[in-house]
Ligand binder design. Structure first.
Ligand code: MF3
Ligand code: CO
Ligand code: CO
Length: 375
């Protein structure tokens, strides 16, 4: 009695406490598969049913994996398609998603200086990327799945004649990245419903007529985000703003990390070292590499006509990251929360233009603070 009462069985779909068992698993005497509701049972059925055929299929990539926090992967829906009338990056049709053009550009070591037409292409891509992220922002709420956010992003891209850059990039399976709580970056949208108190970053990149625009914001879900997590998000945003302030011709790319780390550590947080900002143009990720930590040895000096991203990932606990066995989801090593903000920038003669800036000039989380966290 006590034994069954104490043991907490978590739902295979959403990881909440669960009491229902898959009847087929019971019949076949397979290890107990628990679900919290019929919806969750249905939600993961297409994947789950395989273990009835071959119980070994249950020994998937995650078996035996030591999760660092409480978040679990849920099931994914099939890959979406983009109408062939929309221009596509080369990797969209490569069987392994290899970005051949980008590889070649990166090898040269050069940082491209864009001409006026190319700059105009980047301005349009940045503006459309922003519109798409704003569409996603409007639907984020308790109970909404990250899969639903991905659907909104995918459709908003198509409406704007954009290819969603993440889709098939080195076989990434979805159209944007959704990174919840301890996920640092590159979370894969799935059927887990967002919960009151979650942090959820949405990272959108669009490819429009040959140019990429890349941005992300971290959002609050509901009205129960802890004070510490609210501070994490605010400080992460400030880190990005302070970094943008020093951008102008003549500054070394390696100096960006100093500004970010100073502000993060002054507030008791750590800076992720595994992932960097990047040059972006007709390539998704190219030169320069832009580390967010101090003491880095990044190459290159800023010049008018360069386009690149700054996208600091800031953690409550340790800076270290661990990769989930899906080979994409990067989580914090201690399972504590992480936040991120990203903009695509153009260096001008006396500073920079934020190509992915929101109309109001203010991130969504500040609106949320005003609406839901007044007092
Ligand atoms: N948008 C991410 C960045 O800021 C990259 C995502 S790559 C993906 O660089 F394949 F994970 F989508
Ligand atoms: Co980026
Ligand atoms: Co991005």
């Amino acid at each position: 009695m006590a034994d069954t009462a104490i043991r907490s069985n978590s739902c295979l779909n959403c990881s909440k406490p669960a009491a229902l068992k898959c009847p087929k698993c019971v019949e076949l005497k397979l290890p107990n598969s628990y679900y919290c509701s019929q919806d969750c049972f249905k939600g993961t059925w297409t994947v789950h049913k395989n273990i009835h055929v071959s119980p070994f299929a249950a020994l998937d990539a995650f078996t035996g994996f030591r999760f660092t926090g409480t978040l679990r992967p849920s099931s994914q829906t099939p890959k979406r398609t983009v109408p062939l009338t929309i221009s596509r990056p080369d990797y969209a049709d490569h069987p392994q998603g290899v970005a051949l053009g980008e590889r070649k550009a990166k090898k040269s070591g050069e940082i491209l200086v864009l001409n006026d037409d190319e700059i105009e292409g980047m301005r349009v891509a940045g503006k459309l990327g922003r519109e798409v992220l704003d569409e996603a922002a409007k639907v984020i709420d308790i109970g909404v799945t990250t899969e639903e956010i991905d659907r909104v992003v995918h459709e908003a891209c198509i409406e704007r004649e954009c290819y969603p850059s993440p889709l098939n990039y080195y076989q990434f399976p979805k159209s944007c990245c959704t990174s919840v709580n301890e996920v640092v970056c590159h979370g894969i949208p799935d059927l887990r419903p967002l919960e009151n108190g979650d942090l959820c970053n949405v990272d959108v990149t669009v490819y429009h007529r040959g140019y990429h625009g890349d941005l992300n914001e971290t959002f609050f879900v509901g009205d129960k985000v802890s004070e510490e997590n609210r501070k994490l998000v605010a400080v992460t945003y400030e880190c990005l703003q302070k970094a943008i302030e020093i951008v102008r011709p003549g500054v070394k790319y390696r100096d960006i990390g100093k500004v970010i780390q100073k502000h993060a550590t002054a507030n008791g947080f750590s800076v992720v070292r595994t992932f960097c900002g990047h040059g972006i143009n007709s390539s998704f990720h190219t030169n320069p590499t832009v580390p967010h930590y101090a003491g880095n040895r990044a190459l290159g000096v800023m010049k008018a006509g360069h386009t690149f991203t700054i996208e600091p990932m800031i953690n409550v606990g340790v800076h270290d990251t661990v990769m989930w066995p899906d080979d994409w989801t990067a989580v914090t090593k201690d399972g504590k929360p992480s936040a991120q903000f990203e903009q695509t920038l153009l260096i001008t003669d006396n500073g920079c233009d934020i190509l992915t800036q929101r109309q109001s000039g203010r991130p969504w989380f500040m609106d949320q603070l005003e609406e839901k966290y007044k007092n």
